[in-house]
Design a protein. Structure first.
Length: 182
């Protein structure tokens, strides 16, 4: 009986070991399959030819692969310059129509009087660089010349008699003069 007992005790201990080995093998195989699949995909990617001559290192092929996708032009704008009233209606009306954040209202001579006394240059500087709650208008949607026109229009509603600013010089004139000196 002790032999039977000894044999059955051995089988009882052997079964968990075999089960453990099966689990390890199953985990190894199932865990290794994704690794093998990823390695296969990487290999396929590296050997895949896109058809555009991606392995071609000729000058033409390289140039074709790195060609520009856009173009930026830094030349002058060809759009019509806006009047002071047009700029006011787009850029200035939000604050100056209602007097928001201490902005002098359009047409309010009492509010504009002390500001007008500082002069056109000071008012233009405030508009371009910003002052108090007003943000800088330079570098935005409108040119400095258009902002200057808006300053004349807006202060004119408050009683100022500033002259309309002169339009910016055309860039073509200096180029023509420079080419004529040779």
């Amino acid at each position: 009986m002790s032999e039977t007992h000894h044999a059955s005790g051995h089988d009882a201990h052997a079964a968990p070991a075999q089960s453990f080995i099966k689990k390890i093998l199953t985990i190894g195989v199932l865990g290794g399959l994704p690794l093998v699949a990823v390695m296969g995909l990487i290999g396929a990617y590296k050997t895949h030819d896109s058809g555009a001559g991606s392995s071609d290192m000729s000058e033409e092929a390289v140039t074709a692969r790195i060609q520009k996708v856009g173009h930026v032009s830094l030349g002058g704008s060809k759009q019509e310059l806006k009047t002071g009233e047009e700029v006011y209606k787009v850029q200035c009306v939000t604050c100056h129509a209602a007097g928001l954040l201490g902005a002098p209202k359009f047409g309010d001579a009492a509010a504009w009087g002390p500001r007008i006394k500082t002069g056109y240059e000071a008012l233009l500087n405030s508009a371009l660089k910003g002052k108090n709650s007003m943000t800088a208008q330079a570098g935005g949607a409108f040119s400095d010349f258009e902002i200057a026109r808006a300053v004349v229009y807006l202060t004119g509603s408050g009683g100022a008699k500033f002259d309309e600013p002169k339009p910016p010089a055309v860039a073509a004139a200096p180029q023509a003069a420079a080419s004529g000196t040779k």
